[in-house]
Design a protein around this ligand. Structure first.
Ligand SMILES: Nc1ncnc2c1ncn2[C@@H]1O[C@H](COP(=O)(O)OP(=O)(O)OP(=O)(O)O)[C@@H](O)[C@H]1O
Ligand SMILES: [Mg+2]
Length: 418
């Protein structure tokens, strides 16, 4: 993750509610973050997966490894130490659902993974509220996500609910550019304590955050085909969430950023981290404006209306997509060096956006500009963005063909003269 002033790219949890049906009720669990939070230090983040400093991480050591038991990480044991005798998270009941895309999906329908079937667990890293482990399940590399060490019982419960929401979401989605859920379950610990975990496919190719410097390399003065491919794949996943996954709901990722986009070993782009995702009833044509409220996601990529605590809809993801595309093309973080207060004034209020470099083609500049439009309703739907990206890719291919045939012609000319 980045270290500049806006570098607290960890998500700000919470949000939702507003005038729409509340999606998965994480809203009620998040430490209520308001628009005022956006003015605070951006490295201080809030919400269930990002507890306030001084509370999280204040417990037992989280990094001791290997685990005392061949299968149970110390981090998990430590995080539940003060929960001894507590009931398993699952038996407290699923997150209170008032509706939404996954409301009717019982956790019991998701294939269970037995902890004992996971072998070779190794700590991969930590998210704001989670520990992640690489493991092998049935001969395949997977990633296991659990609440992390040092959380209070309340925070463990909040993170557990977020993980259960993520499991429901991922189980309900099926798209080649969205990470696949492999299973979920509870780790059984002494004193009748259980800790919830989810299992996701391992993205061995790393994240987009680590890939952008390479992706921004240019072909001559043009955007590299790999960059266009990455944008197209991401857009395809987002078009699926917005238009195809459900007849009744649009799904909003709400934490779209390079840290939450990865690649498989063969280079296929996958969107992951659906912990803050939500759904809202699909707007009908005569519905003018309704949406969600609450500061959710990471400030750098957050749509102004979200950062300002105003109503927002699925078009908030379109704004974030524009910034991710800009980062892919330019190979650097948007708004680098800005702190959250400046961001609020300059980006959210004065509607300033990053500048384009010359190699960013005009059609791409126009597309990005529309996607980060200050008016949320002016941003195009993902299905249109996908069509335009396809056109840009085709033009780029034709140019490539044209320039290679120019080279062939030149070479042929040289040869015939020779
Ligand atoms: N399936 C995966 N394969 C490879 N690496 C992964 C995978 N899932 C997560 N990671 C790595 O772990 C980091 C944190 O994962 P994730 O975003 O899912 O957790 P989180 O708790 O929601 O974190 P945060 O709140 O910081 O976004 C990712 O940015 C990525 O580097
Ligand atoms: Mg993440």
């Amino acid at each position: 993750m980045s270290t500049d002033a806006l570098g607290g790219d960890s998500p700000v949890g919470g949000g939702g509610g507003g005038g729409a049906v509340d999606p998965h009720d994480l809203t009620t669990l998040s430490s209520a973050s308001t628009s005022a939070d956006a003015g605070r230090d951006m490295d201080t983040t809030f919400g269930p997966t990002n507890p306030s400093p001084g509370v999280a991480g204040s417990g037992a050591s989280s990094t001791s490894w290997p685990p005392p038991h061949p299968h149970i990480p110390t981090a998990v044991v430590a995080s539940t130490a003060d929960e001894a005798g507590d009931v398993p998270p699952q038996s407290r009941g699923p997150p209170r659902q008032k509706g939404g895309f996954t409301a009717s999906l019982s956790l019991q329908r998701i294939p269970e993974t037995h902890w004992e079937d996971l072998s070779g667990l190794e700590l991969l890293g930590q998210g704001s509220g989670t520990s992640l482990f690489i493991a092998t399940l049935a001969g395949e590399k997977v990633v296991v996500k659990t609440p992390k060490d040092g959380l209070s019982p309340k925070q463990i419960e909040a993170v557990t609910l977020e993980l259960q929401h993520e499991a429901r979401m991922l189980f309900s989605l099926s798209h080649p550019n969205i990470a696949q859920l492999k299973g979920h379950g509870n780790v059984y610990l002494p004193h009748n304590v259980f800790v919830y975990f989810i299992v996701v496919e391992h993205l061995a190719g790393g994240t987009l955050a680590s890939a952008t410097p390479g992706l921004s390399r240019r072909r001559g003065r043009r955007v590299h085909p790999d960059s266009l491919e990455a944008m197209h794949s991401l857009c395809s996943a987002l078009a699926y969430l917005q238009h195809e996954a459900s007849m009744d709901y649009v799904i909003i990722h709400r934490d779209l950023k390079p840290d939450n986009i990865g690649f498989t070993a063969d280079g296929t782009l996958k969107l992951f981290d659906f912990g803050l995702s939500t759904s809202m009833p699909r707007p009908t044509e005569d519905q003018v404006r309704f949406g969600l409220t609450g500061v959710t996601g990471s400030i750098r990529y957050m749509a102004p209306e979200v950062a300002l605590g105003q109503f927002y809809t699925h078009t908030a993801d379109v704004y974030s997509f524009a910034l991710v595309c800009w980062e892919i093309v330019h190979g650097k973080k948007p708004f680098a060096g800005m702190d959250s207060r400046v961001h609020r004034d300059v980006v959210c209020r004065q509607q300033s956006r990053p500048d384009y470099e010359r190699h960013c083609p005009k059609p791409m500049q126009e597309l990005i500009a529309q996607c980060w439009a200050p008016d949320p309703d002016a941003r195009p739907p993902f299905i249109d963005i996908l069509a335009r990206l396809t056109a840009i890719m085709e033009t780029s291919d034709q140019r490539k063909d044209a320039s290679s045939s120019t080279i062939v012609r030149r070479l042929t000319g040289l040869l015939s003269r020779g």
